[in-house]
Ligand binder design. Structure first.
Ligand SMILES: *[C@@H]1O[C@H](CO)[C@@H](O)[C@H](O)[C@H]1NC(C)=O
Ligand SMILES: *[C@@H]1O[C@H](CO)[C@@H](O)[C@H](O)[C@H]1NC(C)=O
Ligand SMILES: *[C@@H]1O[C@H](CO)[C@@H](O)[C@H](O)[C@H]1NC(C)=O
Ligand SMILES: *[C@@H]1O[C@H](CO)[C@@H](O)[C@H](O)[C@H]1NC(C)=O
Length: 614
């Protein structure tokens, strides 16, 4: 009898909740902002002492030994003098394992100092420091006014990218580290954006340098291209006009520039700029006609190597989708990462709320990044299934806005001013961090440069922050423009524009008799200036439908045959006829831009092709 009874209870629980949700759920817009690499104790631990004693923060008695193997070694205890941090503490899968487990079998959170020492002497003290509340004044105010979650974990005990992937898809598809090839290709899993879209709701991504949500392959589809907006141009006006979509994602600035400092909170970036971004977002939402239906969620992808004292959950955490991590660990995705700061803001939240554990859906459910898609599904009553086993398990947080019967009217309109913690200016000549390198790699895919192995190396070694920023900005804008063009030309909405720069190779030379086909900056520049507009009178645009690599040859043949001063856009069917002889498969979509003299061929294909051998 027992199993049947159990099922009955579960079902009736669901019924009651759905009923409440129908009556009360006041939120129509959920705004998500994910910042970078800081633990809960590092950012908010000291708020217990001076802001709210209910918070599970620090007292200063939290210490780590220099060695987790010897009892009599020196200890370093948690202090309140965190400031501007330059070197980036360790947070790879291996590093986090050492931080969390020390040399034991349960998560004692005892190995942060030891792990940091393996990187540098100074870092061991750095990781044991937290900010005094006055140095993170925006959070201090938001925590007094709204809600802090003091038991919210990153989804995996590892670095940025896999954790970021969990935020909108409840899995990292088996990645425990930054897998460059997969990031470039785009992760294949379904996302909460797809679920929101399929239920007829809107979403929008407001980005500053480049939307890292494009690491999900689905988001590169033509049907979503209008969902990407430049934060600086659109966020404030959309908020002011009451046009923020149901799911609004804000991506911080990942590159640190003079006058435009990075605001992702990633070391070495000054957290004061992250504070300014949060302030700007808050004040914008507060002034919006949508304020009374808005919930803002601020969290951090992972702990960035900084100490946290709360043991990471390590039993009964479900594997999302059957994938396991790579050798030698074969991680089963069965424990969570380190606790990170999570703050929520809405006029429906009681002042000074502290939320610890979720109320379900299972007795051991926890808040972690998959709680975001889980809650979006629940609050918006999305008809699609859970994304993975993980969001089905993760705690949902709709109760944070479920306590009041009307929205508050006493929420501050303006937050305190923020003073910089870093005295120096942004160093634009700095080399790229790993994360920035990956963002550039994404830019290269959007731009079609990933075909060029030479470019790949150059990118990693030579670009500085300023160049990288300019590069990705150009790449994103070209990708968006090309996608819009593709839509105009009638491409299918599920297609993905795939820009491919073709480099000269023997095969092509033979066929079209060109001496050089280049993919140099000049060609890209020309493309940008003249393609689609023919401003220089030298651009030629043609559209060819093809699926295979043969299309490049077709493209060149065609170019030879055309008047180079004319711009000619052909129709699908015409081209089918033209290319039929050369192709054995009828094809989805390909747009080629030929710039004579530079002889560049940029092709966009709806399929992810094999890179041409260069
Ligand atoms: C939620 O969705 C279900 C069907 O998917 C529908 O029957 C129900 O009315 C919806 N509830 C609300 C509050 O929209
Ligand atoms: C460590 O700190 C000292 C003094 O604060 C500084 O001079 C030195 O450059 C630091 N070393 C590293 C590796 O950061
Ligand atoms: C955040 O972590 C990623 C890897 O997880 C790393 O590439 C990046 O440099 C880190 N950023 C900070 C601020 O530590
Ligand atoms: C929000 O609701 C409060 C209380 O009902 C009301 O006073 C206020 O004008 C509303 N604000 C907006 C922007 O609609």
């Amino acid at each position: 009898m027992k199993p049947i009874l159990l099922i009955f209870f579960i079902l009736s629980g669901v019924f009651v909740e759905t009923y409440q949700q129908q009556q009360q759920q006041p939120i129509k817009t959920i705004v998500v902002l994910v910042l970078e690499n800081r633990s809960f104790d590092h950012m908010l631990g000291w708020m217990k002492k001076s802001v709210n004693p209910a918070i599970n923060g620090v007292t200063g008695k939290e210490c780590n030994r220099v060695s987790t193997k010897a009892e009599d070694t020196e200890t370093i205890c948690f202090s309140d003098d965190a400031e501007y941090v330059d070197p980036d503490p360790g947070h790879s899968f291996e590093a986090v394992e050492q931080q969390v487990f020390g040399s034991g079998l349960v998560p004692t959170m005892s190995g942060f100092v030891e792990q940091a020492l393996t990187m540098s002497q100074n870092l061991s003290e750095t990781v044991m420091k937290g900010f005094r509340p006055e140095n993170v004044p925006i959070y201090e105010t938001l925590i007094r006014e709204f809600a802090v979650f003091d038991r919210w974990f990153s989804s995996i005990p590892g670095p940025t990218q896999p954790n970021r992937l969990f935020v909108y898809s409840a899995t990292s598809h088996g990645s425990t580290s930054h897998v460059k090839k997969q990031l470039a290709k785009g992760y294949p899993q379904r996302t909460i954006f797809d679920s929101v879209h399929d239920s007829g709701l809107d979403f929008g991504i407001y980005f500053q340098n480049i939307p890292t949500t494009l690491f999900y392959r689905n988001l590169r589809k033509l049907k979503y291209i209008f969902k990407f907006h430049q934060f600086d141009l659109k966020f404030k006006s959309d908020a002011k006009n009451g046009k923020l979509p149901s799911l609004t994602v804000i991506e911080p600035r990942y590159f640190d520039l003079k006058g435009l400092p990075a605001n992702d909170d990633h070391p070495s970036h000054d957290v004061a700029n992250g504070q300014k971004l949060v302030k700007e977002v808050y004040e914008t939402l507060r002034a919006s006609p949508q304020w009374n239906e808005t919930l803002l969620v601020i969290t951090y992808d992972e702990h960035g190597g900084f100490y946290d004292h709360v043991q990471t959950p390590f039993v009964n955490v479900p594997n999302p989708d059957g994938n396991t991590g790579p050798a030698p660990y074969f991680f089963k995705f069965d424990r969570l990462g380190v606790r990170v700061p999570t703050i929520m803001v809405s006029p429906w939240i009681k002042k000074g709320t502290v939320i610890r554990r979720p109320k379900g859906p299972t007795p051991n459910s926890e808040f972690e990044h998959s709680s975001i898609p889980a809650t979006i599904k629940k609050m918006f009553n999305l008809s699609s299934n859970f994304l993975t086993h993980r969001d089905a398990w993760a705690g949902t947080f709709e109760q944070v806005v479920g306590e009041l019967t009307s929205p508050r009217t006493d929420c501050p309109e303006v937050l305190p001013d923020v003073t910089p913690l870093r005295s120096s200016e942004a160093d634009e000549n700095r080399g790229l961090s790993e994360f920035q390198g990956e963002v550039v790699q994404l830019g290269a895919v959007l731009n079609g440069d990933h075909f060029l192995s030479s470019f790949r190396d150059e990118m990693r070694t030579k670009m500085n922050v300023k160049e990288a920023h300019e590069y990705v900005r150009g790449a994103v804008s070209r990708f968006i423009r090309a996608s819009k063009e593709a839509i105009k030309l009638g491409a299918d909405e599920s297609a993905i524009v795939d820009m491919s720069c073709v480099k000269a190779n023997e095969e092509l030379k033979e066929i079209i008799g060109l001496r050089a086909i280049l993919f140099v900056k000049g060609a890209r520049l020309d493309f940008e200036q003249s393609a689609f507009t023919s401003r220089t009178g030298r651009a030629l645009i043609l559209e060819i439908h093809s699926k295979s690599r043969m299309s490049f040859q077709t493209c060149w043949k065609f170019a030879e045959a055309c008047d180079v001063t004319a711009a000619r856009v052909t129709k699908k069917d015409d081209l089918r006829v033209t290319t039929q002889k050369m192709l054995d498969t009828p094809a989805p979509y390909l747009l080629d831009v030929i710039v004579p003299h530079q002889r560049a061929c940029l092709a966009y294909d709806s399929q992810w092709g094999e890179p041409l051998k260069t």
